[in-house]
Ligand binder design. Sequence first.
Ligand SMILES: NC(=O)c1ccc[n+]([C@@H]2O[C@H](COP(=O)([O-])OP(=O)(O)OC[C@H]3O[C@@H](n4cnc5c(N)ncnc54)[C@H](O)[C@@H]3O)[C@@H](O)[C@H]2O)c1
Length: 260
Amino acid sequence: MAGKLEGKIALITGAAQGIGLAVATRYAAEGATVVLSDIDGDAVQAAAEGIGGSASAMTADVTSEEQVAALVGEVVAQHGGLDIAVANAGIATVQPAVGMSLADWRKVTSVNLDGVFLTLTHAAGAMAASGGGALVTIASVTAQAGSPLISSYAAAKAGAVNLTRTIAIEMRDHGVRANAICPGFIDTELVKPHKKTFADALGLEAMGIPDFDAFIAMKQGRYGTEEEVAALATFLASDRAGFCTAGEYNLDGGLRASLL
Ligand SMILES: NC(=O)c1ccc[n+]([C@@H]2O[C@H](COP(=O)([O-])OP(=O)(O)OC[C@H]3O[C@@H](n4cnc5c(N)ncnc54)[C@H](O)[C@@H]3O)[C@@H](O)[C@H]2O)c1
């Protein structure tokens, strides 16, 4: 049976590990030719080799316009076009907004917002030149609510969602669709180092909640998986999602919907 992305050329940023790697793996399994990109050249090379087949790796820092332009140009030159781009690269730091330096603020917003801007706009330009395509932004539920200790992350994600929506409208007549996925907590390397800080800041021990994992189990049932994000990213990139554009899709076990 033909895969859902048969014959498509897909570029995924931040694909050396975590959600990006899961998306690339699923896209390849669905018949796409995947280009994995990451700031970590060795890791992304190993990730592409792990997928095998026609998967390949390119090193690029999404905060550099020069590097993103070269990345998109290289994908088009090597594969004859670009059908799908996933703006997935992201980082997180944990500290209160008040007292944060502008440099610390920009460390996160440069990757999570500027990086999305560069990825989406350069990819959309290439797609429009060859009849259209699909953009998928990996945002976050933190885009939708105040998010203590991760202000720069949440503000950048909110900006990324709105930017995705805007590009979707601007590019509709060029055949380019753009959608954002807003995952709740997925147990990746982005989250793992910060669990204790969150647990302490939330005062979980005093509430009789043993740790951050138990808190997540209360709030969203369990951690989501990278593969679950990849499944939604596959649908949104596929031709079956032809009428889906400018959307914001929560994938959070109900986290955002609950007040208590
Ligand atoms: N894990 C979660 O709970 C969660 C929830 C919602 C959204 N997200 C988002 O999903 C995306 C992937 O996160 P993850 O959990 O897989 O994290 P991760 O840390 O496992 O992977 C992030 C990848 O991005 C790469 N990267 C970082 N800076 C980069 C740059 N400047 N240029 C290119 N690549 C860069 C890293 O090298 C890494 O391979 C991020 O945008 C993150 O904000 C994650």
